[in-house]
Write a protein that binds this ligand. Structure first.
Ligand SMILES: Nc1ncnc2c1ncn2[C@@H]1O[C@H](COP(=O)(O)OP(=O)(O)O)[C@@H](O)[C@H]1O
Ligand SMILES: [Mg+2]
Length: 100
């Protein structure tokens, strides 16, 4: 059975991204299968995985509004090939404005 670990805090700059990315790497070293879900439109976790966030076509926001199935948004983590990621970037984030 999988475990879900959420790293969340309303305040910025407190280490959420650093924690999430490094926990992903540490679990990978323990041979765990890891899916990192980035939900920050700044996409820093996505970038840290070696993925160009400006080229993300389907991410967390698209799943939340039902535009994309989660399985279709999962991709291999760039710099951590045995991990998977659901990316996030400003191009796929639309809360506060109608989806386009
Ligand atoms: N344990 C830590 N010790 C020192 N600096 C840290 C630590 N964790 C994160 N940082 C630094 O703090 C800054 C903000 O971290 P970040 O993970 O981007 O925060 P958040 O995602 O909450 O906005 C970054 O420059 C990061 O390198
Ligand atoms: Mg962050």
């Amino acid at each position: 059975m999988g475990k879900i670990i959420a790293v969340a805090n309303q305040k910025g700059g407190v280490g959420k991204t650093t924690t999430a990315v490094n926990v992903t790497g540490a679990l990978k070293l323990l041979n765990k299968k890891v899916l990192l879900c980035d939900s920050d439109p700044q996409g820093n976790a996505t970038g840290a995985m070696g993925i160009d966030k400006s080229r993300v076509k389907a991410g967390t926001y698209d799943i939340m509004i039902g535009r994309t199935a989660a399985k279709d948004a999962v991709r291999h983590g760039g710099s951590l090939p045995a991990c998977w990621i659901i990316s996030c970037g400003i191009s796929t984030w639309g809360f506060g404005s109608p989806p386009c």
